[in-house]
Design a protein around this ligand. Structure first.
Ligand SMILES: [Zn+2]
Ligand SMILES: [Zn+2]
Length: 152
């Protein structure tokens, strides 16, 4: 997703693309939509010598969530992280208990595909699913290899 697309979308929806909104979205684009917390976004902007207040960053992030540009995620207790909403299909997350890496499970593994029969089942019971938020925790392939090696 490019800033131009975002600008267009904000225009279409009659929201002004203020410099702050653009800056915050750019952080996610430049960091390849890593799962950043508001604090990290703020520090990134400061490191780029941009003059923003923490309150503005927090407010802007909340607004971008409301507008559907950012997705709010919670991996650890009490900390929200954010990522760009993926237009080409949702993904779920795998969090490694050993190294703490957050992996994105995309493509065939998209929750919409994997959970289709479950969603259909829920639909048959009258529950309409808007969003699936799947999180897996365990040991990632890299750490699993490391564990095997150290056992030898
Ligand atoms: Zn790991
Ligand atoms: Zn993600």
């Amino acid at each position: 997703m490019h800033v131009d697309n975002l600008k267009k979308e904000l225009r279409d929806r009659k929201y002004r693309m203020t410099p702050q909104r653009e800056q915050v979205l750019k952080v996610f684009i430049e960091t390849n939509s890593e799962h950043l917390g508001a604090e990290e976004v703020y520090r990134y902007l400061v490191s780029k010598k941009l003059n923003v207040s923490k309150a503005t960053v927090y407010r802007t992030i909340d607004l971008l969530v409301e507008l559907g540009f950012l997705r709010r995620l919670q991996f650890d207790e009490g900390v929200y992280r954010y990522e760009l909403v993926d237009r080409e299909g949702k993904h779920s997350h795998f969090i490694c208990n050993s190294c703490g890496m957050i992996y994105e499970l995309k493509g065939e593994l998209s929750p919409d595909n994997v959970m289709k029969s479950y969603i259909d089942f829920l639909k048959s019971k009258g529950y309409l699913v808007d969003e699936i938020d799947l999180k897996f925790r365990g040991i990632c392939p890299k750490c699993a290899k490391g564990i095997k090696k150290s056992k030898k």
